[in-house]
Design a protein around this ligand. Structure first.
Ligand code: FE
Ligand code: FE
Length: 392
């Protein structure tokens, strides 16, 4: 029986991960055709400014689709929330006598029984699981496969070797102007032409409130409190130590602006910005967000040199730090959401002796890295040696 693949998603925007994954599924499952089905985005979900319309999402798919792929806008035309079983009912009628294979990622597969009408779905379609994952994940998948097969499911497992990137991450990269390598040229041009996702917007020198809004949209939700706490603490310390409170606020807001990008995306950003990295940075990508954050602060947000420098040294420190740099380093460490042994001492020191607070922060970092058998950044070691020599 000939097989038709069904691949749903918001495709907001469609990127090369989608299309390559789709190509891969066509080959691996020998699909005669693959239907790309853009889903409706729930109307109650507040969409950020410059989001594409449903038609624009379908258009972007249309221009990026590959051979044997077809865009099916049935859910968009239906409007409102669509359930997969409803879509499959319609497709079963359109393609009588064909085997429909519903493609999905691991998460969706593992939660399959919580979907609306899972048994109806299994009666109409086979499941194609695109997994990438470790041994743990494989065991969960195997277990779920067994469970579903008892319910009469036909399950195909397809290892997906395509680089994972989510549309959420891609929207961040678009704002940072470094998404090109993840988009087909046509989709990249379409996004520019229609100014989607704020790509043509000028973010330089934003007023404080507008800056906060953009920054919050770029963070993972669980990091927002930390960043706002860091900003408030940096402002308080700036007032105490005679630094510019506005600089402190902006540095605090922006210090983790790229933190949501994982290691390979940090490297992508450096690459796109033409930055050559040292060995330590390539190996320990966790500290890279300080560098990439400073680059974004400078190039995208047009921040001044003082703010940019403070962001650059906020994770590792460096020798001969200026007041704002010390303030941001310490504020990041002690903001109200931080909770670890010694934080109270640090909070006290920060208002009585900023250098000692800085040194304590560096020492605690070094101790923690040693305990976890991790390498200490050369910049931190130099910063400590510098304070030592200055008699702090
Ligand atoms: Fe940070
Ligand atoms: Fe931070």
């Amino acid at each position: 029986m000939e097989r038709i693949g069904v691949y749903g998603g918001t495709f907001n925007p469609p990127h090369i991960g989608h299309i390559r994954g789709a190509k891969y599924a066509i080959d691996a499952l020998q699909l005669e055709q693959l239907l790309l089905v853009p889903t409706c985005i729930a109307p109650h979900k507040a969409m950020p400014e410059n989001s594409p319309t449903p038609d624009q999402r379908a258009e972007m798919l249309e221009i990026s689709k590959g051979e044997n792929m077809q865009v099916c806008d049935m859910e968009l035309r239906r409007g409102g929330a669509s359930y997969t079983y409803e879509t499959l009912e319609a497709l079963s009628q359109m393609y009588p006598g064909k085997e429909l294979v519903l493609l999905m990622g691991t998460d969706m597969f593992l939660s399959f029984l919580t979907w609306k009408e899972p048994r109806k779905i299994l009666n109409m379609a086979s499941l194609g699981v695109m997994y990438r994952g470790d041994q743990d994940e494989l065991e969960q998948i195997a277990q779920q496969k067994e469970t579903l097969e008892k319910l009469g499911a036909k399950v195909y497992l397809v290892e997906n070797p395509v680089t994972a990137i989510s549309s959420t991450q891609l929207r961040r990269l678009l704002l940072f102007r470094c998404a090109d390598s993840f988009l087909s040229r046509e989709v990249g041009q379409y996004i520019q032409y229609h100014n989607l996702y704020g790509v043509a917007k000028n973010y330089r020198h934003l007023p404080m409130e507008a800056l906060e809004q953009v920054v919050v949209s770029l963070l993972k939700p669980n990091r927002v409190a930390h960043v706002l706490g860091c900003r408030d603490t940096a402002v308080a310390l700036a007032k105490r130590w005679g630094a510019d409170p506005t600089d402190a606020a902006r540095a605090g807001l922006l210090h983790d602006v790229t933190k949501a990008l994982d290691g390979h995306l940090q490297l992508t950003l450096c690459n796109e910005y033409g930055i050559v990295l040292g060995e330590f940075s390539k190996k320990y990508t966790k500290t890279l967000h300080a560098l990439t954050g400073s680059l974004v602060a400078e190039r995208i947000f047009g921040e001044n040199e003082r703010v940019v420098d403070a962001i650059r040294s906020h994770t590792t420190g460096k020798p001969a730090m200026n007041t704002l740099e010390k303030i941001l380093y310490v504020a990041d460490y002690m903001e109200p959401n931080r909770d670890f042994p010694g934080v109270e001492k640090l909070r006290q020191l920060a208002y009585t002796d900023l250098d000692k607070a800085l040194k304590l922060g560096l020492e605690m970092t070094v101790a923690m890295l040693q305990k976890n058998n991790q390498e200490i950044s050369p910049a931190s070691a130099e910063a400590l040696a510098f304070l030592e020599q200055a008699g702090v």
